[in-house]
Ligand binder design. Structure first.
Ligand SMILES: O=C(O)CCC(=O)C(=O)O
Ligand SMILES: [Fe+2]
Length: 200
């Protein structure tokens, strides 16, 4: 329930109770069925350790042509819609009427991480980014808008929500590691992160 402010990142600890978390996982099942997780490669051809898919009118893609948003899953079909349960988290934490048009779904299995990066493939950085943690604990590193600046780390747990807005909208961030099987939310272990963004 506590709300922390770390380097401009708003961390809503335990925003979602355990029922809300299991309901969200149920809502994600048909999405993952219609738009299966895939392993993106970076522009340099390296495979990312995190698997991902998206919901919404556009989804984030990375392959040897680079990073971008696309209207379709790599399999060719449109991305599924973002469920109301996920849009409610955006409304509750930002208070905005404008809703996100993209929900990136990241799956972190054993020994996965995400390097420090900025979210900057969107058209308008005045909209915040909202990120939801489900499943295993993850060590989240928060920097500032310039590369190489001071960083602070915090363990994120299932049900925590991070809002990156204002000065933190373009701050570097990443996941150093997860504590595999620290949560029982996902039967096979791992962590799901939902990242909500206004893209267009
Ligand atoms: O998994 C997380 O908590 C962060 C994910 C992230 O930063 C991203 O997908 O851009
Ligand atoms: Fe990010």
């Amino acid at each position: 329930m506590a709300r922390l402010l770390i380097q401009g990142f708003e961390v809503w600890k335990s925003h979602l109770d355990s029922k809300a978390q299991t309901d969200l996982i149920q809502d994600l099942r048909p999405i993952l069925k219609g738009a299966p997780l895939f392993s993106p490669t970076t522009a340099s051809g390296k495979k990312m350790s995190v698997r991902m898919t998206s919901a919404g009118s556009c989804g984030w893609i990375s392959d040897t042509s680079g990073y971008r948003y696309e209207p379709n899953h790599p399999g060719g079909r449109a991305w599924p819609a973002i469920p109301d349960s996920i849009l409610s988290i955006w409304r509750d934490t930002t208070g905005l009427d404008r809703l996100p048009d993209s929900c990136l779904i990241n799956y972190y299995g054993e020994d996965t991480k995400m390097g420090l990066h900025q979210d900057k493939d969107e058209a308008d950085f005045s909209w915040p980014v909202v990120s939801v943690s489900l499943g295993d604990d993850a060590l989240f590193r928060m920097g500032n808008p310039t590369r190489g600046g001071k960083t602070e780390s915090l363990w994120l747990s299932s049900g925590d929500v991070v809002v990156m807005g204002g000065e933190a909208r373009l701050s570097y961030h990443g996941i150093d590691r997860i504590r595999f099987k620290s949560s029982r939310l996902l039967p096979k272990g791992g962590r799901i992160n939902l990242t909500l963004r206004v893209v267009t």
